[in-house]
Ligand binder design. Sequence first.
Ligand SMILES: Nc1ncnc2c1ncn2[C@@H]1O[C@H](COP(=O)(O)OP(=O)(O)OP(=O)(O)O)[C@@H](O)[C@H]1O
Length: 498
Amino acid sequence: MDDTLQATIVWEQVLKKLEQELSKLMIDTWLKPTIPLKLTDTTLEIGTPKQIIKEWLESRYLPIISSTVQYITNKPLTIIFINLDIDDETASLPASQEITPPIAPSQLLLDTEIDKNDKKADFVQTSMSTAKQPHIYKPSSESDQSFSLNQNPAEESMAILNPKYIFETFVIGNSNRLAHAASLAVAEAPANAYNPFFVYGGVGLGKTHLMHAIGHRILKNHPHLKLLYISSEKFTNELINSIRDGNPESFRQKYRNIDVLLVDDIQFLAKKEHTQEEFFHTFNTLHEANKQIIMSSDRPPREIQTLEDRLRSRFEMGLITDIQPPDLETRIAILRKKAIMEHLNVSNDVMVYIASRIDNNIRELEGALIRVMAYASLTNQNIDIDLATEALKDIFPHGKPKQITVELIQETIASYFKLKIDELLAKKRTRNVAYPRQIAMYLSRELTETSLPRLGEMFGGRDHTTVIHAYDKISRERNADIKLSNTIKELIKRIENN
Ligand SMILES: Nc1ncnc2c1ncn2[C@@H]1O[C@H](COP(=O)(O)OP(=O)(O)OP(=O)(O)O)[C@@H](O)[C@H]1O
């Protein structure tokens, strides 16, 4: 692994730890804009985009950063800050991680307006590979007079799409095939294919990735189009600020003069009546002018509570598509792609190990891979299943399977007592069957959240009082009988390792 990637991995963990100690504003202002450059045996080099950030970090935060780095790496590394004096828009990922050059900022509008009164901005570019929000600037919500980048406000009015979130890096599987195909159609024919386009799905399943990919593709095909990507939370904040500043017209102008509007996490509009009203007008103006609108949400429009009906019906005018959690095959493919992109050498069995344990959040899946890589690099070991198990032990204690089911318990117990599943579930009450059955009921109640009536049903249609009786009996006997107690321990081990 190269030393930039090592630095990135360490720095990512350092920032995560510091997030528990420092305020969000400090993290966003001073630490997120940094770019990890190099990790050696004695030093960690961190790039800063501006001299002022370098000075600020050195004068105020060096002790806490040094001790956090030591905590993470177990080495007393010297932290060296290097001012890179980066052009704002090019402050991007370290070169080794870039896949495509960032979109020329002149093609993009800012996702938030800069406070014109003090011409001040928080520089929040982040270089972390798992980072979600790639915007360069956002308006300062708290005053910090000492930090002023003094840029031309027009230039500040830029945002950047994450260069990694493109169609080429998006892995297609059954869970997202439709959403991907529809996104591609929208990207190739903005305002002609599906308008509006609404994509929804659970946390970390690729909605933002697809939206950015659409944005990249549209700008590649139509560099002159004005495209704006924003979260609905920021839309709300900007609206509030514009009203506070007595300038709602500028807000309207900005939003109603674009060609492609991408609004992420639209569910945050719920309960915000005034924002919904404003968004309704923005939506209508753009839609009537045949401009493309793309929205994402964690749920379909009909499930966004307190969303006004007229807005809901607007959202439903175009195409609504969902992304489901990926199946195992897709999860392995995503890890493979990630490993190739980051030049990581990871064997297939380790990928399968990780992919089989994280099944409903791709961000966490990627995070687990990075953690394994970091652990291997920091401890100078090869990556194998043992190392992955050790590195991920906080996430999956003892390599425990994520979900223990009643069926799994029944199978394990039947096999241990050399019975057939049918026998375990049958009505027969001879001791050689009744006793294992009671143990299975006991463990099902202990290890799963299944209700008593449902357990009765799953054990051959018995009454729930039978389950209670079995549970009480085995609980009592377990305390008195060491042999039974050991049997149960052994059974739990087998269930966990199954
Ligand atoms: N099909 C995929 N192929 C490759 N990478 C993916 C895929 N889906 C998601 N990812 C990656 O998983 C991470 C999380 O994805 P993303 O941020 O797009 O999720 P999201 O659905 O917007 O989450 P949230 O609900 O938190 O807003 C990103 O790094 C993204 O690149």
